[in-house]
Design a protein around this ligand. Structure first.
Ligand SMILES: Nc1nc2c(ncn2[C@@H]2O[C@H](COP(=O)(O)OP(=O)(O)OP(=O)(O)O)[C@@H](O)[C@H]2O)c(=O)[nH]1
Ligand SMILES: [Mg+2]
Length: 459
């Protein structure tokens, strides 16, 4: 593990590089204040530089060269983001200004921060646990109100605290098992029944958490909904209708859409990536062939497929075959063009597929609200519950599952007539280690590097 207090002072531009009212250069480390004061000329020469106060002045490269008028705040540790001394220089945002100020801090001895290094320092100094550090990125990337709500609760440390509680319960359990192993004559026969109840409690709590990942993943990554079907059934019209804008070209010629057209909408708090595809049919030319190939790839990745058929025509053998190929994939069979006289037999369609059937008109918008509800229902059975604890990260889910596997084995071992206590202890130790990987108590540098490499610079 790295040293919790770093000797060097890091600097980075913490706001997006672009033209805007304000841009921020941030410093953290023992020399942060000295570097800032070497570059800053306060408006009032006798400024006392109280911690966590703003001071107006100029950043100067030399007594003659003013770079920008800025607000400077010096925040002395440990009540800071990293627990080190932190300085923020709020200048105007522009490529030239921000880069110049950053260069000046580097010239004064700061080192360019790596992506996520400020947050890494907050973690290494013990101000936040690893779930909170990861939540920083989750908050930044949250696209809907619901995903932000969950991210904010992670940032606040709720997930970490609940895992820490379970970890402590398991440590208690392990202590009792180990005491019995070390001093068998003193504690006598350790009744397995006494341990079964607390173990079951931890198992239940962790299982509930692991189960929340199905929804948590959707909140974080969104749902890929692919609109598929034969040419001219109204796939692009449906996309436009769901987006409430004319995004894809609609025409009466079959084979209009040749490439994937994708947009993100929010349904029931879940980000949904809608993918309009090329109609599935024998390709007429090379471009269409490529389009159909992309359609097939997208279909393989889809969380949900909307298979469209034209209600004004009888069901075609090709549609029958597509539906048969979809088999058990999650999806909806959508009858479009219900505003026209209907030639499609519902019985035929229901014979061709086990998918639930929804009727719409992408032209008039009829049935669209119902379709949206069905999409959300299928994606998140029982509605999105963002009030409880929720796991949104694949990494957390994986460790939870491994932890649960250990605890299940421990429970089975406890049920034996002659309990192998050493093995119970081993399973408990492993389970505890898995939880420590999530909260960061037991995590390797390589894992940290991977997590923080995803961060943007200056965070
Ligand atoms: N009457 C009626 N016409 C519709 C409806 N939906 C689409 N259309 C028409 O059907 C034709 C084809 O619509 P598109 O949305 O381009 O169909 P598509 O499935 O994307 O077609 P390709 O991209 O060629 O595979 C257009 O003329 C649309 O105006 C509907 O609900 N009712
Ligand atoms: Mg189309």
């Amino acid at each position: 593990m790295r040293l919790p207090t770093a000797a060097d002072t890091i600097a980075a531009i913490s706001t997006p590089l672009g033209e805007a009212g304000i841009g921020i250069v941030r410093l953290s480390g023992p020399a942060a204040e000295a570097i800032a004061r070497a570059l800053f000329r306060p408006r009032h020469p006798r400024s006392r530089f109280l911690s966590h106060h703003f001071y107006l002045g100029h950043i100067v490269a030399s007594p003659e060269e003013i770079i920008d008028e800025v607000l400077l705040t010096i925040m002395r540790g440990p009540k800071t983001y990293t627990r080190e001394d932190v300085v923020e220089i709020h200048c105007h945002s522009g490529l030239g200004v921000l880069r110049r100020i950053l260069e000046l801090t580097l010239a004064q001895g700061a080192r360019l921060a790596r992506p996520g290094e400020f947050t890494l320092r907050a973690f290494l100094s013990g101000r936040i646990d690893l779930t909170q550090a990861e939540a920083v990125l989750e908050v930044i990337q949250a696209k809907t109100a619901a995903s932000l709500r969950v991210a904010a609760s992670h940032l606040e440390g709720r997930l970490g605290r609940s895992l820490e509680q379970t970890r402590e319960d398991l440590l208690d359990l392990l202590a009792r098992v180990e005491a019995a192993l070390d001093f068998p004559e003193e504690s006598g026969e350790l009744p397995a029944g006494v341990l079964a109840a607390p173990l079951a409690g931890s198992l239940a709590a962790l299982e509930e958490l692991a189960a929340s990942y199905q929804e948590g993943r959707l909140l974080r990554e969104g749902l890929l909904v692919v609109i598929a079907g034969e040419p001219n059934v109204g796939k692009s019209s449906l996309l436009n209708c769901l987006l409430a804008q004319d995004r894809a070209i609609v025409a009466e010629t079959p084979g209009t859409t040749r490439d994937l057209v994708e947009e993100v909408i929010t349904l029931g708090g879940v980000p949904v990536r809608l993918s309009d595809t090329a109609g599935l049919r024998p390709a007429q030319d090379r471009v269409e062939e490529l389009g159909i190939q992309r359609t097939r790839e997208r279909l393989a990745q889809a969380d949900l497929i909307l298979y469209l058929v034209d209600g004004s025509l009888p069901l075609t053998p090709e549609a029958r075959q597509d539906l048969a190929e979809m088999g058990e994939r999650p999806g909806l069979a959508v009858i479009n063009k219900i505003d026209l006289p209907q030639e499609l037999s519902l019985a035929d369609l229901e014979k061709a597929t086990a998918l639930p059937v929804v009727k719409i008109s992408a032209l008039t918008g009829a049935g669209l609200d119902h379709l949206k509800e069905r999409i959300v229902d299928l994606a998140i059975k029982g509605g999105l519950n963002t009030t409880g604890e929720m796991v949104t990260q694949a990494r957390h889910h994986q460790h939870l599952r491994q932890c649960l596997a250990c605890l299940h084995r421990a429970r089975e071992l406890l049920e034996a007539t002659d309990v192998p206590w050493e093995l119970v202890a081993l399973e408990l130790q492993e389970a505890i280690r898995e939880l420590g990987e999530i909260t960061g108590q037991e995590v390797g540098d390589d894992v940290l590097d991977r997590i923080f490499a995803e961060f943007c610079l200056g965070k």
